[in-house]
Write a protein of this length. Structure first.
Length: 343
């Protein structure tokens, strides 16, 4: 990789790397340290019983960290990485420089991966040191830490890889960031909306076997479920519970494979995209109907659910009244937006 290019990319994302480290320390490490300190004080003052699984229950459960510690910083990072290249004049300058597109895209990928790996590794080391120092106060296995570290880091890399790929097929970095983030939830939304529309138009109950099966499928399409552990209550101690990862190997393999595939797709898209289309919404013309109709369908389904449901016997009519105009409005907005940014 070209040194000047590495420096340029790292300079852009260094502050995001620092932000990711601070978020993880404040959201993961500090609360655990504070919790043990509080329990030690309560035990000394009133003989408080420290739960055996307190460390496990503090580290593994899902929290708002998934939103503020993963999605937002990574989204911001990919937008910044492609900020200058998506300006028409900069794209032309890059094309004239002695740098190959392979060098550019690989350097961008590394520049985005380093903050993720660095932040998780610092958190992993901090938690490991804390565990060793306070081992007598922790009744659960040290393996909770490396399992959390690997799974969450791979998950974050998958989020980064997907948003990174979307940037390589779109010419507006901010729009690509928004579209990429929304697209992550589109499969789940479409399946869930399909279930709701079946219920409304065929007058099915929520406990219908078909709807329950569809809802289970939609659960698998929620990205955060990859890192959500299972809770287990103790039979002899009903007020205590702990968390553990089911099928850990599969959970780790899925994001690792997805990240690799998405990187290869991004690599190919970037090396083949026409630089003169930088600044347009979509770089590849064959994706225009995908974005246009995808946005139209999602908007129509959303309006039908939000404004059309809850009217009892008139529910099918009301849903249709919002669904059909929603499709038209969505198509109009997306098609005009694409045309507006065309050169």
């Amino acid at each position: 990789m070209h040194r000047a290019l590495v420096y340029k990319e790292w300079k852009q994302v260094a502050w995001i790397a620092m932000m990711m480290i601070l978020i993880q320390i404040s959201d993961i490490v500090y609360p655990i340290i504070s919790e043990l300190s509080c329990m030690k004080t309560m035990q000394a003052e009133s003989g408080y019983y420290i739960p055996k699984y307190w460390f496990n229950m503090s580290l593994l459960p899902p929290s708002e960290f998934l939103v503020f510690g993963i999605f937002l910083p990574v989204l911001l990072m990919v937008i910044v990485l492609f900020r200058t290249e998506r300006q028409t004049n900069t794209a032309g300058l890059l094309a004239s420089m002695p740098l190959t597109r392979k060098q550019i895209i690989t350097t961008k990928w590394v520049a985005g991966a380093v903050p993720i790996i660095l932040s998780y590794t610092i958190t992993f080391l901090s938690l490991s040191i804390f565990y060793l120092i306070n081992k007598t106060w922790i009744g659960t296995s040290y393996m909770d830490i490396p399992q959390w570290y690997l799974l969450n880091m791979l998950f974050t890399m998958t989020v980064f890889a997907f948003l990174f790929f979307v940037q390589t097929v779109m010419g507006q970095n901010i729009i690509a960031g928004v579209v990429g983030f929304i697209s992550m939830w589109v499969p789940w939304f479409l399946i869930s909306a399909f279930s709701e529309y079946l219920r409304v138009f065929f007058n099915l109950g929520y406990n219908t076997s078909l709807l329950q099966k569809i809802d289970r499928i939609s659960d698998y399409l929620v990205w955060t479920n990859l890192v959500d552990p299972r809770i287990e209550f103790l039979h002899n101690e009903p007020f205590e519970h702990f968390y553990f990862y089911t099928k850990y190997g599969l959970r780790a393999a899925i994001p690792a494979i997805l990240s690799t595939i998405l990187f290869l797709l991004a690599y190919r898209a970037y090396t083949e995209n026409p630089m003169e289309k930088s600044g347009e919404v979509l770089i590849f013309d064959f994706l225009k109907p995908v974005l246009t109709w995808g946005f139209a369908i999602c908007l129509g389904l959303l309006l039908g659910i939000v404004f059309g449901m809850g009217y009892g016997n008139n529910e099918p009519v009301m849903v249709a009244m919002f669904l059909i105009p929603g499709l038209g409005i969505g198509y109009l907005i997306s098609s005009r937006t694409i045309r507006f940014f065309e050169h």
